[in-house]
Design a protein around this ligand. Structure first.
Ligand SMILES: N[C@@H](CCC(=O)N[C@@H](CS)C(=O)NCC(=O)O)C(=O)O
Length: 203
């Protein structure tokens, strides 16, 4: 049995998958795909993932990419009883909804504002429209996703939605500084709860 994880450091989706694998206690072999060296465009990697993205996993011949789908697969397959990906259909739907929100909305604003500003993408740096979209989403998370009396997004138990959105929210800190969310008390408290989980805090 071989479980290969193709990834690289400093990649938020790879970090999410690493945390999920730690929590689900999956043993894996790590293969670095160095984007700077264009290893993701090497024919050998393109045979595995023609979409040339990391993270990608190969679980004994079963290949899948997209970090959120990988996290869901890991818990479905290796930790089906775990509350990190609850089996109750309604609880699970909430987790899935938040992960889709992260991928389709929040991380899109991170990409458009932060990645352009860092020069990782070729768009306009510090674009005021993209900047506003990003901060509007941060405000939305503060006002609507986090509740006063609960520790995590869907209750007092951490789920893979917290990992997904938590790691997406950590990326902007590289550009904006680690105090960038200090005006958002619920986000600050939630991030504090996440950092109490060793598998998460390890990054
Ligand atoms: N939505 C994907 C994003 C994956 C992604 O874009 N990864 C970057 C590294 S952070 C990558 O592999 N970029 C290379 C490319 O797109 O060619 C996920 O969550 O896994």
């Amino acid at each position: 049995m071989t479980f290969i994880f193709y990834g690289m450091e400093m990649s938020p989706p790879c970090t999410s998958v690493t945390i999920a694998m730690r929590l689900a206690k999956v043993q894996y072999e790590y293969k670095v795909i160095d984007l700077m060296k264009k290893a993701h465009l090497h024919p050998d990697f393109l045979k595995i993932n023609p979409n040339h993205t990391v993270p990608t996993i190969n679980d004994n011949g079963f290949v899948i990419w997209e970090s959120r789908a990988i996290m869901q697969y890991i818990f479905n397959r290796y930790a089906p009883e775990s509350s990190l990906y609850p089996s109750d259909p309604m609880q699970r739907a909430k987790v899935d909804s938040l992960m889709n929100y992260d991928q389709g909305t929040f991380y899109t604003t991170v990409s458009a504002y932060i990645y352009n500003s860092l020069g990782i993408r070729p768009g306009k740096r510090d674009d005021p429209v993209e900047k506003k979209s990003f901060w509007d989403q941060v405000q939305f998370i503060e006002d609507h996703l986090l509740k006063d009396n609960q520790k995590f997004l869907t209750g007092n138990t951490m789920t893979i939605a917290d990992i997904s959105l938590g790691i997406s929210m950590s990326m902007p800190m590289v550009f904006l500084g680690d105090k960038c969310y200090k005006k958002f008390p619920k986000i600050t408290t939630w991030r504090g709860e996440l950092m109490k989980v060793p598998e998460y805090a390890e990054g």
